[in-house]
Design a protein around this ligand. Structure first.
Ligand code: 4G0
Length: 231
C-alpha cells in the first residue's frame, strides 16, 4: 500500500514514518510513504498558498491552485486504485472499521489542511472522502494523517510481527482489551490473577472474554450498545 501525504510541513512527519514498525515496513517495501510539500506547487511570486476568506472573518484559507495542482501531480505518479482523503474536523469520525475499508485501495492520498481550512472547491473537485480523527481541533491535519497511515498500515500483512495478530485484539470485535500482566508475580502487594498462572488454556480464554466484556461495560458502554446494534 502506498500513502501520499500532501502537507505544508513535510518535516513534521518524516521522523515518524522512518522509525519503529512503520520504518521497517517501509524498508521492506510493504508500505511506501511519500511526503509532498504543497508549497512547491504555488505559482504565486511570493510563494503564497493561502489568502483571506471571501465574506470576511478571521484566519486564512488554503487556495485552490497549489492544492489542486499538487493532488493531480501526485496522482499521476500512482498505479492502481486511489482514494483522496481530506483530514478535517468536518469529516466522518475515523474508526477501526473505516481503517479496514481503506485497505481496499492501492493508494491513499492524504491531504492535510492548515489555517481555517481549504477552499471548498478543492473538496468538490478532488476529494473522495473527508475524515476526522475525533471531535477536536488541531493546528493542522498532519497528526490526523499520521494516525490514518499508522492504523491502516498495521492491518497490512507483514507490517506487524507475526505474534501481534490483530484479529483477536481490542476493538476488532467491538470490545476493549482484557488486562495484561508480566513478571513479577507480586508487585507492591498486587498479585497477578491466579487463572493466568496455571496455564489452563480454555479457562484463560474464558476469563479474558469476561474481563473484556466487564471492562467495556464499565469504561465504554457506548461500544457495547453499538455492537448489539450490529447484530
Ligand atoms: C480543516 C483535522 C483542517 C479545517 C484537522 C482545521 C482536527 C482534525 C484543519 C480546520 C485539524 C481532526 C475548520 C479549524 C486542521 N484538526 N479532528 N486541523 N478548521 O481530524
Amino acid at each position: 500500500m502506498r500513502f501520499e501525504i500532501l502537507t505544508l510541513f513535510p518535516e513534521m512527519l518524516e521522523g515518524y514514518f522512518s522509525s519503529s514498525i512503520l520504518g521497517r515496513a517501509g524498508e521492506n517495501g510493504i508500505i511506501r510513504v511519500g511526503l509532498t510539500d504543497i508549497r512547491s506547487y504555488t505559482k504565486d511570486k511570493h510563494r503564497r498558498v493561502d489568502d483571506t476568506p471571501y465574506g470576511g472573518g478571521y484566519g486564512m484559507v488554503m487556495q485552490c491552485q497549489p492544492v489542486v495542482d499538487c493532488i493531480r501531480d501526485v496522482k499521476k505518479g500512482l498505479e492502481g486504485s486511489v482514494r483522496v482523503v481530506y483530514l478535517s474536523p468536518q469529516g466522518k469520525v475515523f474508526t477501526q472499521q473505516k481503517a479496514k475499508e481503506l485497505l481496499q485501495y492501492d493508494n491513499l492520498v492524504l491531504l492535510c489542511g492548515h489555517y481555517e481550512g481549504i477552499d471548498e472547491r478543492i473538496i468538490e473537485l478532488e476529494v473522495d472522502e473527508e475524515i476526522s480523527v475525533g471531535d477536536y481541533v488541531l493546528t493542522g491535519g498532519e497528526l490526523p494523517a499520521a494516525i490514518v497511515v499508522d492504523c491502516v498500515s498495521r492491518l497490512i500483512d507483514g507490517v506487524l510481527p507475526a505474534s501481534e495478530c490483530f484479529e483477536d485484539e481490542s476493538l476488532s470485535d467491538g470490545l476493549l482489551e482484557y488486562p495484561q500482566y508480566t513478571r513479577p508475580r507480586v508487585f507492591e502487594g498486587l498479585e497477578v490473577p491466579e487463572v493466568l498462572l496455571n496455564g489452563h488454556h480454555a479457562k484463560i480464554e474464558e476469563w479474558r472474554r469476561e474481563q473484556s466484556f466487564k471492562r467495556t461495560k464499565e469504561k465504554r458502554p457506548d461500544l457495547l450498545e453499538r455492537a448489539e446494534g450490529d447484530r
